[in-house]
Design a protein around this ligand. Sequence first.
Ligand SMILES: *Cc1c(COP(=O)(O)O)cnc(C)c1O
Ligand SMILES: [Zn+2]
Length: 410
Amino acid sequence: MPPKSLKCKECQTEYPLEALYACSNCFGPLEVSYESFSGRDPEELKRRIQAGPNTLWRYADFLPVQRPPSGALPTGMTPLIRAERLGKELGIYELWIKSETSNPTHSFKDRVVAVAMARGLELGFDTFACASTGNLANAVAAHAAAAGVPAYVFIPSDLEREKITATAIHGARVIAVNGTYDQVNRLCSEVANERPWAFVNVNLRPYYAEGSKTLAYEVAEQLGWRLPNHVVAPVASGSLHTRIGKAFDEWRECGLVDGPLPSMHGAQAAGCSPVASAFADGEDFCRPVKPDTIARSLAIGDPADGPFALELARRTGGAIESASDDEIREGISLLAKTTGVFTETAGGVTVAVLKKLAERGAFGPGESVVATITGDGLKTPDAISDLVQVDEVEATLEAFEAIESLEVTA
Ligand SMILES: *Cc1c(COP(=O)(O)O)cnc(C)c1O
Ligand SMILES: [Zn+2]
């Protein structure tokens, strides 16, 4: 399925596959469009995928890169874990956790950077940059180091220390901007006009978005070429949520999977929930907000793909819900205690919304649910420091025996 063009999502005008991201007719967002996905033998496609590398490049037939790069950080093929205990706790028949913590920089952002950077290098860029809520900075810095190209990352100055450290150590230039992510993003659009840099989520955004699709391909392949009934995914800009839908649609068109699209549920933090609010109010557009939440990686107040996420959730019978900071912390703790997976705050948002949906009866008897856990808990330890308890004792048997209760709350 060779990529054909960049196409405006609003007015369908087509553009060449270059570093472009907005339609010059209507300012709508551009998206990669491909030659038709139908008419290929699905068994042959399956064999090509299975014979590919154990990374997201096994799906190269569905990506806008001519040749998978050599020497890139191995990204993707993260585990899909059957969460029996959490499923039982929440009354979900078949629950799966897609754990993105095992990517090279411990979040799903490695996928979007792998694809955007590969395309950027093909287009001849030699300097990479991004506007980031944290994880993207981390991924751009690491992948640039592996490729031996300089990186400039722009972040809001109040980001978690752990994410800043894990970025700067790779030699990236970190520019901490006094402002919100939305202000950082606006600044980057201006810088992108001035300098010949590849901003992975600004002028390479159409290619960046394609990287998110690989999470969905993996889920379908790992389920045995089958779609789940429901997916719960966090929503920041709405790119991941909507590209999971795009990926499943492409594979339905190819005949690699059949059946309807899963119900596509979205999860936001209550302190930054423009999409969940619009969903609740029955609106087609999102009113921008000023974020105030512990889920920093989801703190985008003016989400570019918000309207498309609303449309996808409604079309598939999904919902977009929000969770408070306390519910996010409880979600992190619940996931850790029942599955052994420690997630950052964004995953806490997903689990908290998963729980709400389950309690509301959104998942029918016998239905399968995939919850996407998009980042590692070691990135945001301060968020849950109040929840963890340690007993400190002197090194004597008496001191140990004197601990009041040794019960474990599992
Ligand atoms: C970036 C990010 C997301 C989703 O972002 P979108 O902009 O909606 O694609 C989800 N979880 C984590 C941990 C992230 O870093
Ligand atoms: Zn247009």
